[in-house]
Design a protein around this ligand. Structure first.
Ligand code: AMP
Length: 500
């Protein structure tokens, strides 16, 4: 099957060729002819399957005829998050380079004025998050009576985020005669009900179940003790992981994203953060820094990371085991994309066994343990394992079989980590990324994991003992203990007369 067999226009075919795509993905091959024929489509597909182009390309063809009027957009695409909306906009800009269409983005965290100006010019394509769209509509700045095509993307995520009432409202505001394209990775009952209500005789196109994990991803479980020890475990994995180029680290809660981000930064890792409380520009800056390699590690919450198209992520770490088994599938789907190999590590504590069982049930496979299983070691022994492994040079080289180079890599890494952490490009998103956490109670933000471990207290001298990794030493602040001699010189001051 070729793109030219699908009935796409000349202009669109040229754009596809310029993008370097040679063959359509299964979702594209199945969905595009239906969209071009004007049928409603129910697409059951995850991100990473090429589903964005599956609706973007035929929409461009349909938009070649006709023009948009002020305040009356012609097509509407609903996305659950701002990042996904921005990604779809990028996709229209890429494939629609020859079309001279007006594409408007309506997302939270961006000024109303700029967005209104774009809608006033007449939008051929309006990409929006549900809340901001309704906000605009209710202020009378937008009419939805001209919508010819409505796309509802990532519907199951909309459900998780509580957007279904908004979606229902929007579906009732657009003309009954519009064409609806509906995409979801899974079909829980609430989503099925929505499709029955708002799709008319849809063509059902299904490419992969959300319960399947790519066979190119190596999945392992790593036992750890809770609290700060999980951070120790993660640091050990980050230092020792085979072939690590870049990694996404998932936490279950936004608050923990901020804590972990600060902790990794303190330990010298080039790290960025992404979670729902960050303002739009900070989120975009974090994402860009990760995409362009200014930071190697991105700490994320599920909502912020869902559906992000970041090609070629070598590793995913579940710092927390997800409590919804499907989130596990989505998370580890960030790596091993498009047939590449990927690695997924999940840190497991005593509290997580129930969730691991649910995940294994869903993916219909047992995940191997790396090292001792949960319960095989006493809590303090997990800590010792992580510290010893982190500190012992050559560990990584033995695991990766890279001999001397591996050793050199390990020896150099802390320095490289530190030097990169001073890089301005990386710093900007990091500083911004940390800020959202500031509205949370101070103690939650404070990365002082070591002091709270339930292991015996050590005195300062022992804390610096050789068994600890070199970069665990407290950072030197200002000039440290050294006082330059010019500061010790006596200072001569003139007598100053004061009023009293
Ligand atoms: P999506 O599922 O829409 O997030 O797309 C995942 C990735 O696949 C994106 O990086 C697209 O640029 C890429 N992609 C989409 N269609 C094709 C294709 N036909 N051939 C190769 N890559 C594609």
């Amino acid at each position: 099957m070729q793109f030219s067999d699908l009935g796409l226009s000349e202009k669109v075919l040229r754009a596809v060729e310029d993008s370097g795509y040679t063959t359509p993905t299964p979702i594209q091959a199945q969905a595009i002819p239906h969209v071009l024929a004007g049928r409603d489509v129910l697409g059951i597909a995850q991100t990473g399957t090429g589903k964005t182009a599956a609706f973007t390309l035929p929409m461009l063809c349909r938009l070649e005829q006709g023009r948009a009027r002020a305040r009356v957009p012609r097509t509407l695409i609903l996305e659950p998050t701002r990042e996904l909306a921005a990604q779809v906009e990028e996709s229209f800009n890429k494939y629609g380079a020859q079309h001279k269409l007006n594409v408007a983005l309506l997302i939270g965290g961006v000024s109303f004025g700029d967005q209104e100006a774009k809608i006033m010019r007449g939008a051929d394509v309006l990409i929006a998050t549900p809340g901001r769209l309704l906000d605009f509509f209710e202020r009378g700045k937008l009419l939805l009576t001209g919508i010819e095509i409505l796309v509802i993307d990532e519907a199951d995520r909309m459900l998780d985020m509580g957007f279904i009432p908004d979606i229902e409202k929007i579906c009732k505001l657009v003309p009954f005669t519009r064409q609806t394209l509906f995409f979801s990775a899974t079909m829980p009952p609430e989503i099925t009900r929505l499709t029955e209500q708002f799709l008319h005789n849809p063509a059902r196109v299904e490419v992969a179940r959300a319960a399947t994990t790519a066979s190119t991803i190596t999945q392992v479980l790593v036992a750890s003790h809770g609290g700060g020890d999980k951070r120790e475990t993660l640091r050990r994995l980050l230092r020792a992981a085979e072939g690590l180029k870049n990694a996404i680290v998932f936490c279950n809660r936004k608050r923990d994203v901020a804590i972990l981000y600060k902790s990794l930064e303190k330990h010298g890792f080039p790290v960025g953060a992404l979670h729902g409380d960050m303002d739009q520009s900070a989120r975009m800056a974090s994402l860009d820094a990760f995409k362009n390699g200014a930071v190697d590690i991105l700490v994320c919450s599920d909502v912020a990371a869902r559906g992000l198209d970041i090609p070629d992520v070598s590793h995913v770490f579940n710092f927390d085991v997800p409590t919804h088994a499907e989130d596990y599938v989505h998370r580890i789907g960030r790596t091993g994309r498009a047939g590449r190999t990927g690695h997924a590590y999940t840190i497991v504590t005593d509290h997580d066994t129930k969730y691991i069982a649910q995940i294994e049930d869903l993916i219909k496979k047992q995940i191997d343990w790396e090292g001792p299983r949960l319960g095989e070691l006493a809590p303090a022994e997990y800590v010792e394992r992580d510290r010893a492994r982190s500190a012992r040079p050559g560990e990584r080289s033995r695991r990766s079989g890279r001999g001397e180079r591996g050793e050199r890599d390990r020896a150099e890494r802390p320095a490289r980590e530190r030097s990169r952490s001073s890089d301005e490009t990386a710093r900007a998103p990091r500083q911004k990324a940390a800020r959202p956490g500031a509205d949370e109670p101070r103690h939650q933000d404070s990365p002082r994991p070591e002091s709270r471990r339930d292991e015996p207290r050590r005195d300062d001298q022992r804390r610096k003992s050789a068994s600890r990794p070199a970069d665990d030493d407290p950072p030197v602040i200002g000039m440290g203990d050294h006082v330059p001699s010019f500061l010790l010189r006596p200072v001569r001051t003139k007598a100053v007369k004061t009023a009293d």
